[in-house]
Design a protein around this ligand. Structure first.
Ligand SMILES: C[S@@+](CC[C@H](N)C(=O)[O-])C[C@H]1O[C@@H](n2cnc3c(N)ncnc32)[C@H](O)[C@@H]1O
Length: 268
């Protein structure tokens, strides 16, 4: 498939993963049709402080660090340019890559929105995807993904595009599966590196993600998206419902300060 994208570059029925219960205390979830599940009303002061400290350390010592770094993550050799999200130090990337490895993507067309190093796009190609388009607003991420795809033997099937969400692609049923590990905290990003973490007040920078994905997914397609238990799951649930998706929680992993949750979205 040739896609009319601005810059050259990169389906699945779900497997049913057993849901792991989230470990840790949960306050009363909000009960309404937009709920994404057992979300907290809002994180405690302590958790917000911890979150701030992790963000400060991650931003200053990881996201902003200069120099290209190489690493192994999820079985791929990856080179990271400055400002590109580090898939080894943050646990979301390998958790999501492991999840994708269990999908049967044989012959499917896949998009990865917010690709960073390209780790999820490569995982989709390794799971059999016929073609993967990897998109990121950070040009350094798109360039890193192109290099990482070639270095791992997936250069023919993975193409990277610098794009704000999916806006570089026309609307239409282009993809069988769309995956995304977006920035899932609603703060103002300080710079392009910080856009990996902060999605703007009220999720401004990813607000159109679900609508754009819905317009580019086949009617039987699926979207998989990862959030944190500390994300504003109520607001995200509203955006998902407004785009015409039904969400279900399909995999969890608890880590020290939060739980990582993958949702499966299917068109209504
Ligand atoms: C949490 S990182 C995930 C990177 C990679 N998918 C992974 O799992 O390691 C989020 C990524 O989304 C990108 N991003 C943020 N806002 C975006 C937007 N509006 N359009 C496209 N990409 C965006 C960031 O640049 C960053 O690479």
């Amino acid at each position: 498939m040739t896609l009319p994208v601005s810059k050259a570059s990169a389906s699945a029925e779900t497997i049913l993963l057993a849901e792991n219960d989230i470990v840790g205390r949960q306050s009363e979830p909000r009960q309404d049709s937009y709920s994404l599940g057992r979300e907290r009303a809002s994180p405690s002061v302590f958790r917000r402080f911890l979150r701030g400290a992790v963000h400060f350390l991650a931003y200053n010592f990881i996201l902003k660090r200069g120099g290209t770094r190489t690493m192994s993550a999820a079985g791929f050799h990856l080179a990271l340019r400055p400002t590109v999200f580090h898939p080894k130090l943050f646990l979301t990337s390998e958790f999501f890559a492991d999840f994708i490895a269990k999908l049967d993507l044989s012959g499917k067309r896949v998009a990865d929105v917010g690709t960073g190093s390209g780790i999820l796009a490569l995982a989709a190609a390794r799971a059999g995807a016929r073609q993967v388009i990897a998109l990121d607003i950070n040009p350094a991420a798109a360039e890193a993904t192109t290099g990482n795809a070639r270095a791992n033997g997936f250069g023919e099937r993975v193409s990277a595009v610098c794009s704000n969400l999916m806006s570089a692609l026309p609307a239409g049923p282009l993809f069988d599966v769309i995956v995304s590990n977006p920035p899932f905290f609603p703060g103002e990003p300080r710079d392009i590196a910080d856009r990996a973490w902060c999605a703007g007040p009220g999720y401004r920078d990813i607000a159109l993600l679900f609508e754009q994905a819905r317009q580019r997914l086949t009617p039987t397609g699926r979207m998989y998206v990862l959030f944190s238990s500390d994300s504003d799951l109520y607001l995200l649930g509203r955006l998902i419902a407004k785009a015409g998706f039904r969400a279900r929680r399909i995999a969890d992993r608890s880590i020290l300060i939060e739980a990582l949750i993958i949702y499966e979205l299917r068109p209504e």
